[in-house]
Design a protein around this ligand. Sequence first.
Ligand SMILES: Nc1ncnc2c1ncn2[C@@H]1O[C@H](COP(=O)(O)OP(=O)(O)OP(=O)(O)O)[C@@H](O)[C@H]1O
Ligand SMILES: [Mg+2]
Length: 178
Amino acid sequence: MTNPVLTIANLTKRFGGVTAVSDINLDVMPKETIAIIGPNGAGKTTFYNMVSGRMQPTEGTITLDGKDITGLPPHKISRLGVSRSFQINNIFPEMTVQENVEVVLSAYHGHSRKLFNIASRNTAIQHEAVGFLKRLGIDSLKAQRAEVISYGDKRLLEIAWCWQRNRSWCFWTSQLPG
Ligand SMILES: Nc1ncnc2c1ncn2[C@@H]1O[C@H](COP(=O)(O)OP(=O)(O)OP(=O)(O)O)[C@@H](O)[C@H]1O
Ligand SMILES: [Mg+2]
């Protein structure tokens, strides 16, 4: 039998008297895609914050690939393969679309800590970056500065970031805030 990639058990978050997330139980299987929907204030962002390590649950556990990750800090959870996007775009606006992808790829491969001395001379990374952009159908935008592309394309660029950083788990929040 296939085991779940992610198991959420009795996950609860309270802020003083406000229960933001109440007793969530969820199994996510390999290659499964799920959507978490709910009205404003339903607790979606709080849920993502707990799974990605930005908030500690009040109760419950989060298990990734059989390992208990409850309460681990975000950078450790990220290294285990969980990535997330935010409701506000957090790309590098002055860089081109392709450079945005190269920066994250460089970090992923551990090539360079100098953001602005990126991959420009690394053809393997350039090639890989274009590959990601092609898969998302935005390779025609690769030379555009990221700040000028449409909101939808910025979200796709963030998904490219997510994929290449972790290649296993990716959470992305709603298309528009709220
Ligand atoms: N840091 C916090 N301190 C106190 N209350 C909070 C905090 N963060 C969220 N809440 C409350 O928890 C509840 C869930 O909020 P959350 O932001 O998770 O909802 P959401 O589903 O992401 O909403 P939206 O669709 O507006 O993004 C709301 O009542 C909110 O006011
Ligand atoms: Mg939210």
